[in-house]
Design a protein around this ligand. Sequence first.
Ligand code: TMP
Length: 205
Amino acid sequence: MKGKFIVLEGPDRCGKSTQAKMLLNTLLEHGKDVLLTREPGGTDTAEKIRQIVLEPDLDVRPMAELFLYEASRAQHTQEKILPALEAGKIVICERYTMSTCAYQGYGRNIDLKMIETLNKIATLGLVPDLTLVFLMSDKYFTQRGEYLYSDRLEQEDISFRQKMRKGYIELTKKTKNAHLIDADKNIDVIQSEVVELLHKHKIID
Ligand code: TMP
């Protein structure tokens, strides 16, 4: 693949979107051709799937939830991510396969091996060149979300969030080119750690 695929991961409200925008600006300043996208969603069809899967008042069973995320991913990967990578772009994606392992695997106790198989099918085998996992202390989840709308996943209880958080730590350890970033730190400190990793992985000179 000519381009590079960077994925930002982490629990809800960990500051991923802010970091994604800062990362986009850094790469643009370095003259790179960049596409910023997200999961679930990223294309018209996948954004419709996003609405269903995150709607707080809908009854969505764990297995249906898993397949909705994978359906969104299959569409997004084929329609948008792979063509951009083939055109030599750097693709920044907020969430990808690790989210499904952390939320549906660790959070919902769905078999991880099965999720990994579905991930391979939905992605056509595409794996990130770099995964940045932002992890904050749980107290910030409540603090940062006090006045925010909560989607269906954000309404899950503390035990779900703890399992998913533990999942992120274990998944980062076993995933190639994945790095854990302490999201309790100041935004600029985090950004400079991200830039260091971009150099290390030869995404910028
Ligand atoms: P976002 O709010 O970060 O865009 O993500 C939407 C929610 O979907 C978030 O709570 C995480 C969840 N999610 C999963 O449970 N499984 C997945 O595979 C993905 C991509 C997201």
